[in-house]
Ligand binder design. Structure first.
Ligand code: PEP
Length: 239
């Protein structure tokens, strides 16, 4: 099971203390059963990776520029630089970035450059509420998958995160049967891929979500910023 903590645009050097409890907790479980990944903002990647160096917890980035060469791109960071700073994973295609204008083609370029840099990809896909209401969910997900993974022949390092846009940060989650159905659909489209669920995962609804037996883990935003909540979610998953 994967537990990916997406800190979004939160956190500063003081927040690194949040990791202490999780580091102690992580010693208890076997690495081959549970994978914890922290995705802090880019400013903290290097510090977090140093802090987690002798642990089983990995570090991920939250986005990158699509280019691989150094260049005159003020304010941008490419995947190679993130790898160099200590990231092993990268979240791409997050709906918060899609809403800022990232389309499937741009996400595809980012995925391909990140693979070249040696990062593992956490590729986010999901439908909006109006797409869901129009019963277009599978059509939208198909398009995101086909265009996002165009010319990606080796999908071994791609983990897909199904994140309904309307569920992110809203406290709402789909029915368990809906998640099961969508995750099966995704696994059918991308053979062999791990699929995570993301969207308002918290210490209460994890008791329902953990029962969906084709889900390979969770991408957790808000609830991951507090280590007690994050640990509680992991503990409850295995009870
Ligand atoms: C996310 O950041 O991808 C996410 C799912 O956020 P939240 O858990 O806060 O809904």
């Amino acid at each position: 099971m994967y537990f990916v903590a997406n800190w979004k645009m939160f956190g500063n050097f003081k927040s690194l203390n949040q990791l202490d409890k999780v580091m102690t907790f992580a010693k208890k479980f076997k690495k081959n059963k549970t994978k914890l990944i922290y995705c802090p903002p880019a400013t903290l990647i290097n510090a977090v990776s140093k802090k987690l160096k002798f642990t089983t917890i990995d570090v991920g980035a939250q986005n990158c520029h699509q280019g691989l060469n150094y260049g005159a791109n003020t304010g941008q960071i490419n995947s190679y630089m993130l790898k160099d700073a200590g990231a092993k994973y990268i979240i791409l295609g997050h709906s918060e970035n899609r809403q800022l204008g990232e389309d499937n083609n741009l996400i595809n370029l980012k995925i391909r450059s990140s693979i070249k840099s040696g990062l593992k990809i956490i590729f986010c896909i999901g439908e909006t509420l109006s797409q869901k209401r129009k019963k277009n969910t599978k059509k939208i997900l198909s398009k995101q998958i086909i265009q996002g993974l165009k010319n990606v022949s080796n999908k071994r390092n791609i983990i897909i995160a199904y994140e309904p846009v309307w569920a992110i940060g809203s406290g709402l989650i789909p029915k368990e049967t809906e998640i099961f159905d969508i995750v099966s659909f995704i696994k059918n489209k991308v053979k062999g891929s791990k699929v995570l669920y993301g969207g308002s995962v918290n210490t209460n609804n994890i008791n329902l979500l953990k029962k969906i037996d084709n889900v390979d883990g969770f991408l957790i935003g808000g609830a991951s910023q507090n280590s007690n909540n994050f640990i509680d979610i992991i503990k409850k998953t295995f009870i």
